[in-house]
Design a protein around this ligand. Structure first.
Ligand SMILES: [Zn+2]
Ligand SMILES: [Zn+2]
Length: 363
């Protein structure tokens, strides 16, 4: 069968022919991949800036945003049967007994850093025809979501951030309710974040590089959210122009914007950072002003990565809700579908919003 792999030592990315996996353990599931989404992480791995093959291997099979169909199940598998659609969780637990998060089934909060991630770090991914996975890491998706369910994995970044923001809002002596939300960035995560906030009843604004008459801005407005372009409004004047917000979701990974984002919060507001800036990135900031603002206004800034099962279930529920509220806008997030053999070339460019690899079709 086919697999698309990255060879870090020789700096090559190409299709391989590898043997089909065979079902072994009682809780294992054989999956046929339907679709795999590509993102900035895949581009970074394909340019050899990031990513590790499984230990002892010279290559890493790429792909972490999966949608697959169950082909065969082990004898102890419950709740999954052939024909079901599933999304696989990306991060897997570290082996250490002292890691409280992994032992509690939440490797997305791993304390040791020795977790693996399928298609990213120490474990092969999903850009292949078939994979084996354990039922513990598979989340069932309703058939009605088949054409958009490849968006579940990126949406879990948003739902995990939302679940944490919820926990933080619990500290308040009043019910903050849905009020004003700001999304920084209009890539797939930013746009899914905007959909989430709109669906939750927030007055939502998206701030990004695209101009105000771009397709992206049009898509944002089609949700009922506002759009402000950073080309016309620098972040320093955004609060004056658009007011401040109870929740800010950052999905850009540009360090100066990330550092400035807390200024966009109202008192008691929460900022979730999801972007990953380059290691050496710097930003200018008046520390005294920024720290006084955090303390004197009870603001919370937190970083969030990956997601647990609960966040996956929440993502699936929200995607169903989005498909009722604004189905055409959701479909427009997938701007390009391609066969597996076009991936090496596609990884060197970025077209539209979400690029998806079609591996097999419904039987
Ligand atoms: Zn991704
Ligand atoms: Zn761990």
């Amino acid at each position: 069968m086919r697999a698309l792999a990255v060879f870090p030592s020789t700096k090559r990315v190409h299709l391989l022919d590898i043997p089909e996996p065979q079902l072994g353990g009682a809780t294992e599931v054989l999956l046929r991949l339907r679709e795999v989404g590509l993102c900035g992480t895949d581009r970074e791995i394909a340019s050899f800036e990031y990513g590790d093959p499984p230990s002892g291997a010279d290559h890493l099979v790429l792909g972490h945003e999966s949608l697959a169909e169950v082909v065969e199940v082990g004898r102890k598998v419950r709740n999954l049967k052939p024909g079901d659609l599933v999304v696989a969780m990306v991060r897997r637990p570290c082996p250490h007994a002292e890691c409280r998060a992994c032992r509690a089934g939440r490797p997305d909060f791993c304390e040791t850093g020795d977790y693996t991630e399928r298609g990213i770090k120490g474990a092969n991914g999903f850009l292949t025809d078939y994979v084996i996975d354990d039922q513990a890491y598979l989340v069932k998706v309703p058939q009605v979501l088949a054409d958009v369910a490849v968006l579940v994995e990126p949406l879990t970044v948003v739902t995990k951030a939302a679940n944490q923001a919820h926990a933080i809002f619990h500290r308040l002596p009043y019910d903050p309710g849905p009020q004003r939300g700001l999304v920084l960035g209009a890539g797939p995560i930013g746009l899914l974040g905007a959909m989430f906030l709109v669906a939750d009843g927030f007055e939502t604004l998206v701030y990004s590089r695209d101009t105000e008459n771009s397709k992206v801005a049009e898509l944002v407005r089609s949700l009922g959210a506002g759009y402000v372009s950073s080309t016309q409004n620098p972040i320093e004047t955004l609060a004056k122009h658009s007011g401040t917000f109870d929740v800010v979701l950052e999905a850009v990974g540009f360090a100066p914007l990330m550092m400035a984002a807390a200024q966009m919060l109202r008192p008691n507001g929460v900022l979730a950072l999801t972007g990953v800036p380059p290691e050496g990135a710097t930003a200018e900031l008046t520390a005294g002003h920024a720290l006084r603002d955090l303390v004197l206004r009870n603001k919370v800034v937190f970083g969030t990565v990956n997601a647990g099962r609960k966040d996956h279930v929440s993502a699936i529920q929200h995607l169903e809700q989005f498909m009722v509220l604004f189905p055409e806008s959701v479909r427009k997030l997938i701007t390009h579908r391609m066969p597996l053999d076009e991936v090496p070339q596609m990884l060197t460019q970025k077209l539209g919003i979400k690029n998806v690899v079609e591996i097999s079709r419904a039987a």
